[in-house]
Write a protein that binds this ligand. Sequence first.
Ligand SMILES: C[S@@+](CC[C@H](N)C(=O)[O-])C[C@H]1O[C@@H](n2cnc3c(N)ncnc32)[C@H](O)[C@@H]1O
Length: 240
Amino acid sequence: MVNSYTGLSRHYDLIMTSGYYDYDDYARTLASVLKGRREVLELGVGTGLVCERLLALGEPPGLSLTGIDHTEEMLVQARRRLAGSVRLVRQDVLQMAIPPTFDAAFSVGGIWFYIHDQHAVEDVFCSHLLNEEDNVLALRNLHAAMKPGGLLALASQGPHHSYERDLPGGLVYAQDVRAAAGDRFVKDYYVRSHDEVVAHQRCEFRLFAREQATRLLEHCGFRFEGTAADGLFRLYARLP
Ligand SMILES: C[S@@+](CC[C@H](N)C(=O)[O-])C[C@H]1O[C@@H](n2cnc3c(N)ncnc32)[C@H](O)[C@@H]1O
């Protein structure tokens, strides 16, 4: 399986909720851009941290969430966290075959995301899927799963660089990021305890310049509509 999160899953929540992402901010912005859309899909739901925050807001009323992910170890935690309040499906987006059900879909660091670097000219589209053909297939699967006029919201996050920092409990988190051939980068995640590596995961990501991404998304039936006011999500309309 390409880019499984099995290696990091045991420490994922600790890393992400101690300064990596601000899930409350993502949830608040999502609730505002959903504008009453109720049937919503999260792409790469992971351990369910975004869904949990979104449900806690109670907005929009009657929200019905589905999350897909291909890493069972992440879903085990999501099931525990969300206790039946979100439909969770073990599913690789490349094999997703759902009839037009969703009013909206979103991804926060999931299958797709944007990287915003204040020193760069423009945001870059980033994918867990490494080939253009796979991105086309997955976006078409998503298009088929959404209703016409539906909203696709892709989160923006900061640039990936190498660093290390302390985690609660005497652990250390380190990430090592390097460029790779073919518009890709490789990221190694490590968790260490007393200098011993207790978790390691390697992911590879494919980058697309913004124009290239706009063409790719349009080709698959998603038109860029704008950016959320606080810049946290880029928004696309699902075309008929
Ligand atoms: C960085 S995590 C984000 C999880 C969650 N959205 C969050 O904000 O914490 C990326 C997730 O995408 C999932 N993922 C990556 N590629 C996938 C694919 N092809 N199909 C389904 N899920 C995938 C991984 O298993 C992982 O749980």
